[in-house]
Unconditional design. Sequence first.
Length: 230
Amino acid sequence: MSDFELQLNMSLFMRRLNKYFSALPDRASGDIRAISTEICFHGWPHIINAYVSAQKMWSPGRSLQDIEREFCAGMFGDKNADAMVQVYQACERRVRPECYFAFIPAWDYARVVLGTPQFSKQCRAALEAGGMVALDPKRPPGFTTAADPAALKDYLVRNLSLIGIFSEAVAKAAHTLMNAHDFTTPIKVEAARKDDGGAPRRPEGRSAIRQWDNRCRGRPPHLPRGNRQI
């Protein structure tokens, strides 16, 4: 699914696993003798991937929402399950396409939503829900993992908080860039000399040329490379 060892990334792929397993035909249970999934760094947030895989191997058509809630109920307690599903789903929607490396073709990448109002709203709602989670220290977790439920919850909430902050920053940067330029009117270019055949003259400099090209083609400005995705 991704290059785990080389990415500082949670690599949550619940929806991806659901897509692949749900695409199997009904006869797969009789035709496929074995399927295995591997996971690096056992016990960290993406341990949910292993649970989704296991459940989908038994029943490919089972609801992903039910599986996610079942995992969160077993790990964090039933009263906290819905809130933690919100946290997991918000964290999963943050996409860094480079983490797919050669494992997923470019045409099948998940859409980057970082910086969109809908995603920022989802992050805020999930963080609010995560803040209400109260774990019972006397309750043993339903799963044995390398990280206990409290550490797992704190890790997810901390990361989602950073994702939310960055998403808001990307949205503000995009808004500022759009307001700084008028893209509704044609760009005025300096008339070329007669010996140039009257062709429009592009400005000099890489940044100016890219901006000129984008405006002529009706494209919005590109964000700085480091701000495209978290």
